[in-house]
Design a protein around this ligand. Structure first.
Ligand SMILES: Nc1ncnc2c1ncn2[C@@H]1O[C@H](COP(=O)(O)OP(=O)(O)OP(=O)(O)O)[C@@H](O)[C@H]1O
Length: 213
């Protein structure tokens, strides 16, 4: 399988989160959180169940509005950075169950601007060919996760926001994902991933606590 370092993605974004305060419902999850993610860096976001890892990723992606603070993308206008510079992969895959895997992959990849070569690379790297004629609802959890991941390879973007990305994957596929992440980092990409298990690449830890809830 060919996981190539390929062309450089460029040095942006360096994600800069400053003074972020976030609530969900009546509950304040955290106050004044600041951190950066540099190009070429993986950050493992950890914390107890309910600490706010998913919520933080969603705030970075622009899906929810913080009470206070800023999210910066190395000087780029946030709307533009979010539209073209990042991939969000939630722990719910967001795949349409009744579509065949091939249709879903093509739909998603084109939505994110992939060309035929990008789609072919994703099929190759993630060994999706034997699954393409199956309906998504007939795929296992790990197979669905590989399918969901395909757009990140088909349509390269510098910042990957991943929410428990590898939880359904077996040991072999976690190892492959380590190679994929490393190739992304080597190209100047960046990863911010909410995890309960270690990431399969060297990563800086960012713990938001939240124990005892
Ligand atoms: N849409 C919502 N409306 C209100 N509260 C919410 C909403 N989504 C999440 N929450 C609450 O926000 C808190 C943080 O949830 P979040 O999913 O961000 O935690 P997490 O750290 O990702 O947890 P886990 O490790 O269990 O995945 C929880 O108390 C949760 O109930």
């Amino acid at each position: 399988m060919g996981i190539e370092s390929g062309s450089q993605l460029g040095v942006w974004p360096m994600l800069s989160v400053a003074g972020l305060t976030l609530s969900r419902g009546e509950r304040r999850l955290f106050r004044g959180l600041s951190f950066e993610v540099a190009a070429g860096e993986a950050v493992a976001l950890t914390g107890a169940n309910g600490a706010g890892k998913t919520s933080l990723l969603r705030a970075v992606a622009g899906f929810i509005r913080p009470d206070a603070g800023t999210v910066g993308f190395n000087g780029l206008e946030p709307g533009e950075a979010r539209a073209t510079g990042l991939h969000w992969l939630g722990h719910l895959d967001g795949l349409k169950p009744a579509r065949r895997a091939r249709e879903e992959l093509t739909f998603q990849a084109k939505w994110f601007g992939a060309d035929a070569d990008g789609i072919a690379a994703a099929i190759d790297v993630l060994a999706l060919e034997p699954l393409l004629d199956l309906e998504v609802r007939k795929l296992s959890a790990g197979q669905r996760r590989r399918l969901a991941f395909a757009r990140l390879i088909a349509a390269p973007r510098p910042l990957w926001l991943l929410d428990e990305p590898f939880s359904p994957l077996d040991a072999r596929w976690r190892e492959v994902m380590g190679l994929i992440l490393q190739a992304h980092l080597d190209k100047g990409g960046a990863v911010l991933a909410a995890v309960h298990d270690p990431l399969p690449v060297p990563a800086r830890a960012l713990d938001i606590g939240g124990g005892g809830r």
